[in-house]
Ligand binder design. Structure first.
Ligand SMILES: *[C@@H]1O[C@H](CO)[C@@H](O)[C@H](O)[C@H]1NC(C)=O
Ligand SMILES: *[C@@H]1O[C@H](CO)[C@@H](O)[C@H](O)[C@H]1NC(C)=O
Ligand SMILES: *[C@@H]1O[C@H](CO)[C@@H](O)[C@H](O)[C@H]1NC(C)=O
Ligand SMILES: *[C@@H]1O[C@H](CO)[C@@H](O)[C@H](O)[C@H]1NC(C)=O
Length: 228
């Protein structure tokens, strides 16, 4: 084989930029441990940064979870459309174009998953009588004595609490009077309101169950958690 004369070292044969690089190489090897240390330091910094990011995120998550349960979430009482919320109860006041007999009113309320109103406190009485009755409105309430004359029962079968009855008593009317001139069966269903009957909190009177009036339904408000 024809062996050519060895030429000078490779870096001598290469162009100007390359010989500089190759000259640098031995120096680079000498510096390698230092560079490695630097690289390690950089890696460590990066790791710390990543760790810090995670910790920050974890703190965020923790804070989010805390605020989520402590302040952002709350249980809210709600009523269906057309029902009015007061406290824990929802009320439906039928309008003038929806006037029914007492029994049909009760059926209507029950078809709306409620019942005719049962007045169980002075607050409930104030809210429903004085606020509506002053407008000269009258409404059926869930009180009847059609089973036994004079024994007033709510639609759930519970008797009327003597200390929570609001029958009208004034110079013109002492209710209930079971007036028989309009209906021979007498008056066995209770109405709330109508300004001439309102005397303080007292605003109930009995009427013929066959008459058609507006009515008030009641049901428990639904509770739902809202978070925002
Ligand atoms: C914490 O909540 C904020 C604001 O709602 C949101 O931008 C962030 O992504 C949440 N952080 C985590 C870790 O879920
Ligand atoms: C009265 O109530 C009925 C039944 O809820 C409803 O369909 C009707 O639109 C109401 N009328 C008025 C004038 O509000
Ligand atoms: C509930 O009824 C009471 C008593 O009438 C009244 O003071 C209050 O404002 C009502 N609350 C609502 C949310 O309507
Ligand atoms: C009747 O109402 C009064 C006053 O709200 C109450 O203290 C009492 O417990 C009630 N009685 C019955 C049997 O529910």
């Amino acid at each position: 084989p024809h062996l050519s004369k060895p030429r000078g070292p490779m870096w001598q044969r290469l162009g100007a930029p390359w010989n500089k690089v190759l000259l640098f190489f031995p120096t680079f090897i000498l510096l390698l441990p230092l560079l490695l240390q630097l690289l390690l330091l950089l890696l460590l910094l990066l790791l710390l940064l990543i760790l810090a990011f995670f910790i920050n995120n974890l703190t965020n998550l923790f804070l989010n979870v805390t605020s989520f349960t402590v302040s952002t979430c709350s249980s809210v009482a709600q009523c269906d459309e057309d029902w009015e919320l007061n406290g824990t109860q929802c009320y439906y006041f039928s309008n003038r174009s929806l006037q029914l007999t007492w029994t049909s009113s009760k059926d209507k309320c029950q078809s709306k998953r409620g019942d005719l109103i049962k007045i169980e406190s002075r607050e409930e009485q104030v809210q429903d009588t004085l606020n509506r009755g002053k407008l000269d409105e009258r409404f059926w309430i869930g009180l009847t004595d059609s089973q036994t004359e004079g024994e007033w029962l709510w639609t759930d079968g519970s008797p009327l609490n003597q200390s929570l009855e609001f029958w009208t008593k004034n110079e013109h009317n002492t209710e209930p009077d079971n007036w028989k001139e309009e209906d021979v069966d007498g008056e066995n269903c209770a109405i709330i309101g109508e300004i001439m009957f309102i005397n303080g909190l007292k605003s109930w009177y009995d009427n013929s169950c066959k008459n058609k009036y507006r009515f008030i339904c009641e049901k428990k408000a639904t509770r739902s958690a809202t978070c925002g």
